[in-house]
Design a protein around this ligand. Structure first.
Ligand code: COA
Length: 353
């Protein structure tokens, strides 16, 4: 028995917020944002996060030609849930029409998809389950302080999903290296959200208007490059592979300079690194499944190739995983699932956030 990703899909909210839009209310410039991050624009969602997740999930199910009821588990990787309970996964489960699967969320921030992927392969390889729907979905825009130029320009909203199942053959997860450096946890924090809110003695207005993303960009930058390069090497070693065996690396899309520096550090040719952050910014746990879907749409993934996933995020967490891609690189079916239209501009949407 082998294990493969057999379906994939994405959901990008239609409303675009361009770098130039920030110039109208922040002391920043398109030139600064592009040169420091590579981001040109990002999407702002007019719907709740689980609606993005639902549309991406429907595309992944159609791509694998599976029904929702055939899923044994639904996992949502997110750090921007609508509620603490019920889980985001159970909301998506209801939306897609599954009545009995196991449903749970994973919060390791931007590494959530790779943590979820490792969990899903583990559950399937140990025969606990046969088919899992894994979704990375985020509505980061809701939590941003739009007066802070160092964080506001970096993020965007999106969802991506995959179906993972057992198949004939010997495709597998070759290696997965997951880690977390808790001593660095304060380098990237969303305070004032959760059961500590009252302890912080905030007024109701402060609680609802200010979640307080605290952020040490340079520390996270250094940590990201160091750990992704280290875990990539360790994963290759564990899998008994070299970088030459890797067809494509799909990294978490946070900053083009982070990806360039990581690639240099672990002898990964930049041509093998898939980058789409210019269009979407950092969409946290959604960034890898969205990038994976676009890599397939652009014929960047070959049959039976080896794919390297790399990620880092709040925690500070880090992740590297190597999988075999299967023999199918086209979706079996297409879904018509889409979001409702939005008549507002990006600036109008963030004014409401
Ligand atoms: N526009 C203009 N200037 C800005 C700015 C903006 N949007 N944001 C910050 N600046 C200023 C800073 O205030 C600083 O000014 P100063 O030198 O007068 O103090 C200057 O630009 C340089 O800031 P610096 O922090 O040195 O820039 P950088 O090259 O490290 O890039 C980040 C900043 C945030 C883009 C980069 O550190 C980064 O990508 N970090 C990791 C990203 C991350 O954490 N992602 C989330 C985790 S998944």
């Amino acid at each position: 028995m082998g294990i493969e990703i057999t379906g994939w899909g994405k959901c990008l909210p239609p409303t675009i917020l361009k770098n130039e839009d920030f110039e109208t209310f922040l002391d920043t410039s398109n030139e600064w944002i592009v040169s420091r991050t590579g981001v040109k624009e990002r999407r702002i969602s007019h719907v709740p996060m689980t609606e993005l997740a639902t549309v991406a999930a429907k595309h992944a199910l159609a791509s694998a030609d599976k029904t929702a009821e055939e899923m044994d588990a639904i996992i949502v990787a997110t750090c921007t849930p609508e509620y603490t309970i019920p889980s985001s996964a159970s909301r998506v489960q209801e939306n897609i029409g599954n009545t009995s699967a196991a449903s749970f969320d994973i919060n390791s921030a931007c590494t959530g998809f790779v943590y979820g992927l490792t969990t899903a392969y583990g559950l399937i390889s140990s025969n606990v389950m046969n088919r899992i729907l894994l979704i990375g979905a985020e509505k980061v825009s809701y939590f941003l302080d739009w007066t802070q130029r160092d964080t506001a320009v970096l993020f965007g909203d999106a969802a991506g999903a995959v179906v993972i199942e057992n198949v004939d053959g010997d495709s597998k997860l070759h290696a997965s290296k997951l880690g977390c450096d808790p001593a660095q946890g304060k380098a990237l924090m969303l305070k004032n959200f959760g059961s500590n809110m009252k302890l912080n003695n905030l007024s109701i207005e402060e609680e609802t208007n200010f979640f307080g993303l605290t952020f040490d960009g340079q520390e996270v930058f250094k940590h990201a490059v160091r750990t992704m390069a280290k875990l990539a090497k360790e994963a290759l070693e564990e899998a008994n592979l070299t970088m030459e065996d890797i067809e494509l690396c799909i990294p978490h899309q946070a900053n083009a300079r982070i990806l360039q520096a990581t690639a240099r550090r672990c002898d990964l040719p930049l041509e093998k690194v898939f980058i789409n952050l210019d269009k979407y910014g950092n969409t946290s746990a959604a960034s890898i499944p969205v990038a994976l879907t676009e890599a397939l749409e652009q014929n960047k993934i070959k049959q039976n190739s080896k794919i390297l996933f790399l990620a880092f995020g709040a925690g500070l967490t880090s992740a590297a995983a190597i999988i075999d891609w299967g023999s199918r690189i086209q979706s079996i079916k297409k879904s018509r699932a889409t979001l409702p239209a939005c008549s507002k501009t990006g600036l109008e949407l963030i004014n409401q956030a």
